[in-house]
Ligand binder design. Sequence first.
Ligand code: IMP
Ligand code: MG
Length: 181
Amino acid sequence: MNILDKDISRVLYTKEQIDIRVREIGNGLSLNFSDKNPVFVCILRGAVIFFSDLMRYMTIPLEIDFMSVSSYGSSTVSSGVVQIRKDIDLDIAKRHVIVVEDIVDSGLSLQYILDFLKRRNPTSITTCAFLNKPAAHKVQIKIDYIGYEIENDFVVGYGLDYADKYRNLPYIGILKEEIYK
Ligand code: IMP
Ligand code: MG
């Protein structure tokens, strides 16, 4: 039991289901980047739990870095205004970069991040998002590795927050509407 469970209307993916899926993604990435020494970029803060689980399923040489962007405030609707709060530290020129996101909603954040990183001339950029809401996309964006495709519900847990809460829930759940309406 978790005190936060009462705010969840439905569990979408349990801790056990998530673990299996993250392992599959890790296996796929390990296979495809085995001789490339890629740089994994974790988009803080939402992707931190997914990222750390994923890294433990990576079986190849790699490097990690962190970037922080904000686009939301405490609203559940994308503001469309993206801000870089923390840049990566590594030089990614001529490197294979894998951007790891928690969720792609409008797609505006990921698009902004990709444009930002491309200017540094990496050899390749691959996108990996734990969740994807295809019906909410406002821009055309290619996501190479996806954990799960979900409906247009506002979800929390496994790193995802509402007003900076619920990130520590070990599962993905739909937040009760009464919490934010
Ligand atoms: P986008 O720019 O609209 O694609 O939004 C991306 C960011 O919004 C994600 O990295 C999340 O931090 C946040 N976000 C979008 N949908 C949800 C949700 O259902 N729950 C929690 N955060 C979300
Ligand atoms: Mg967020």
